[in-house]
Design a protein around this ligand. Structure first.
Ligand SMILES: [Zn+2]
Ligand SMILES: [Zn+2]
Length: 344
């Protein structure tokens, strides 16, 4: 907040006043962008499970009050003095990657995704649960014309994470790829995996999502409640990749034996308890376990362009900004079909 000057008119903001507190809707002055920032008139902001870090104050060093939100789409309505690559009126998105420092060893190697001082919107600075936000140019992704703002928003975290994890997983067209969990991440993961040309096995608990999973592009559905999913995958020769989207470490552990030779468990569902695996499980068949986090704004643009080309779209439920608390509760309940998006 310190460096931003303010204009006269007020705006509405959904903020968390202190760790663990409820949302409050307050008025603030509209912020002015610094030299290398733009101001965005926000149109839509997705509600992500990682907003829990902000709501509960779980991220090291987070300061309050804080406005969550890292799936932001809006229109640039003011440019900082040194911004030349972006235009007034341009529609842009801001995802998990909220800016790198350009000086750490990862950045010097060009690996901005793993910047040691990565800034995250809604954690390091105020995010998209507000009518206007300022963001550094390093955080901006251009939004293709044909994508609506509410459907583009979830692609900036849930979308990029599944798309980027899959395209870096090593799986090739025709390979058996399993997607564990049919939720906010999983329903996008199934679509991307199918459009990448994989044979997709969707893995869910119970049978209620079987028809939907097939509609999204899965070749087959495995009910992990009524069958042993790892055995089912082995009957098909074993999975080349299992994209683990549901933040459930027990469920992930149970799938490792479903990997084929050189298979990889790609972990994107952020849980805090340990995945259990024996060395022998990994040695047999040279299996690996890898984690993956989102990506850069350039990766976001790849995701959006691919979604535009292929027809991959999130399924969403929208809430007005004033109902941020309700929207957040809906996301946490796990009952949303499948991403919750705030509109301004
Ligand atoms: Zn997220
Ligand atoms: Zn860095």
């Amino acid at each position: 907040m310190a460096a931003t000057k303010t204009a006269a008119a007020p705006m509405k903001v959904a903020q968390i006043p202190k760790p663990g507190a409820d949302f409050e809707i307050v008025e603030r002055e509209i912020p002015k962008p610094d030299a290398r920032q733009v101001r965005i008139k926000v149109q839509a902001c997705g509600v992500c499970h990682s907003d829990v870090f902000t709501k509960e104050g779980q991220w090291p060093g987070i300061q309050f009050p804080r406005v969550p939100g890292h799936e932001v789409v809006g229109i640039i309505d003011e440019l900082g003095a040194n911004v030349s690559a972006w235009k007034m009126g341009q529609r842009v998105g801001v995802g998990w990657h909220g800016g790198q420092d350009n000086t750490c060893l990862s950045c010097r190697r060009g690996d901005f995704r793993n910047c040691r001082n990565l800034k995250i919107p809604g954690i390091s600075y105020d995010g998209g649960y507000q009518e206007y936000m300022v963001a550094p140019v390093e955080a901006l992704a251009a939004i293709p014309e044909s994508l609506g703002s509410t459907e583009a928003a979830p692609l900036l975290c849930a979308g990029i994470t599944t798309y980027n994890a899959l395209r870096h997983s090593g799986a090739l067209p025709g390979d058996l790829v399993a997607v564990q969990g049919i939720g906010g991440l999983g329903h996008l993961g199934i679509q991307f995996a199918s459009k990448f040309g994989y044979k997709v096995a969707a893995i869910g608990r119970g049978s209620e999502n079987a028809a939907l999973a097939k509609k999204l592009g899965a070749s087959l559905y495995i009910d992990s409640q009524s069958t042993n999913a790892a055995e089912e995958l082995q009957k098909l020769g074993g999975a080349q990749v299992i994209l683990a989207t549901a933040p459930n470490s027990k469920a992930m552990s149970a799938l490792i034996d479903g990997l084929g030779p050189n298979g990889k468990l790609m972990v994107i569902g952020a849980a805090f308890d340990p995945i259990e695996v024996t060395p022998v499980q990994l040695i047999t068949g040279s299996r690996t376990i890898q984690g993956w986090a989102a990506g850069t704004p350039a990766d976001s643009e790849d995701t959006l362009r691919f979604a535009e080309l292929s027809g991959v779209r999130p399924m969403i439920e929208t809430y007005p900004l004033e109902k941020a608390a309700e929207a957040y509760a809906r996301m946490l309940s796990g009952n949303a079909q499948f991403r919750v998006v705030l509109t301004m």
